[in-house]
Design a protein around this ligand. Structure first.
Ligand SMILES: [Zn+2]
Length: 300
């Protein structure tokens, strides 16, 4: 069976091309995946918007209601980085539903990826840092509530620290949150994960892969994980506009291969989400995000 990919055309909320958030990357990513032969009819899955009951597992009920009604206070919209109108609200619900669907497909097939998701700065009380709902936190709490899994590991390799995920899941003992990120990146006030590794500016392929290779066996020794959520943010790339690290395309590929190979060799399901990536060259950015899917397809 081909790699199961979750996508919805409304992941793209149609921002202006010069917006700080490169919204067109979702469409260009699907084109890149199509060019690589990964988007045949047997590969694609379309999510439903996540219902309020799911979203409220991870977020304050009042905030969820505000997003669904498109009545988010301006102060919070400024922290998110864009106004929450109908298209942004829908995309946040769809991206969350997409990570839930990808997680279910990963449990069935061993691996699956959402062509969105990784909104790890959204905290329990509100969104922030281009993140409206925390899709991985919602999916984790839903799978636990359904008793579909007992122990969850989150491997967050986006260049920014996973503060929102740590905020929501800090008291949840059945989920272990691991974030490896650039020390001097957003957010300035980090919320401690169960394990954080902060890397210095300019960290390149060799040092990055060494740290990662050292930590993966320690993570698997901690518990028998029923699923791993892998945030494969590409903002660790040397040419990323917001990252401060220095990975190459080959480094990204080696990173994704290392993570997926490690957990799949142990029979642990992997749910990939794309995380962050920022560039004015959106085609190059989409090609970087495509590396996760190319790599994952080798394990499907
Ligand atoms: Zn990021």
């Amino acid at each position: 069976m081909p790699l199961q990919i979750v996508h919805h055309p409304d992941y793209d909320a149609g921002f202006a091309v010069n917006h700080r958030f490169p919204m067109s990357k979702y469409k260009l990513l699907m084109e890149a995946l199509g060019a690589r032969g990964l988007t045949g009819p047997a590969a694609l899955n379309m999510p439903e918007p996540a219902p309020a009951s799911w979203l409220k597992l991870a977020h304050a009920a009042g905030y969820v209601d505000q997003v669904l009604a498109c009545e988010v206070p301006e102060k919070i919209e400024r922290e998110i980085g864009f106004p929450v109108g109908p298209r942004v609200s829908l995309r946040a619900q769809l991206a969350t539903g997409g990570t839930v669907l990808a997680a279910r497909l990963a449990l069935l097939n061993g691996i699956a990826c959402n062509a969105a998701g990784g909104s790890h700065h959204a905290r329990r009380a509100q969104g922030a840092g281009f993140c409206t709902f925390n899709d991985v936190a919602v999916a984790s709490l839903l799978l636990l509530a359904e008793a579909a899994v007992g122990n969850i590991l989150i491997v967050d390799l986006d260049v920014h620290q996973g503060d929102g995920t740590a905020d929501i899941l800090g008291g949840e003992r059945r989920v272990f949150t691991f974030s490896m990120h650039g020390d001097r990146n957003y957010p300035t006030r980090k919320i401690a994960s169960d394990l954080d590794i902060a890397l210095p500016d300019g960290t390149g392929d060799a040092a990055y892969l060494q740290r990662l290779g050292d930590i993966l066996p320690e993570l698997t020794a901690m518990a028998r994980w029923d699923i791993v959520f892998y945030n494969a943010g590409v903002d660790v790339h040397a040419e990323d506009r917001l990252g401060r690290l220095s990975l190459s395309d080959e480094g990204l590929r080696a990173r994704d291969d290392m993570v997926i190979r490690h957990f799949r060799a142990l029979g642990i399901p992997v749910c990939g989400v794309i995380g962050g990536g920022y560039s004015t060259d959106v085609a190059a950015l989409a090609a970087r995000h495509a590396i996760l899917f190319e790599t994952a397809s080798g394990f499907a």
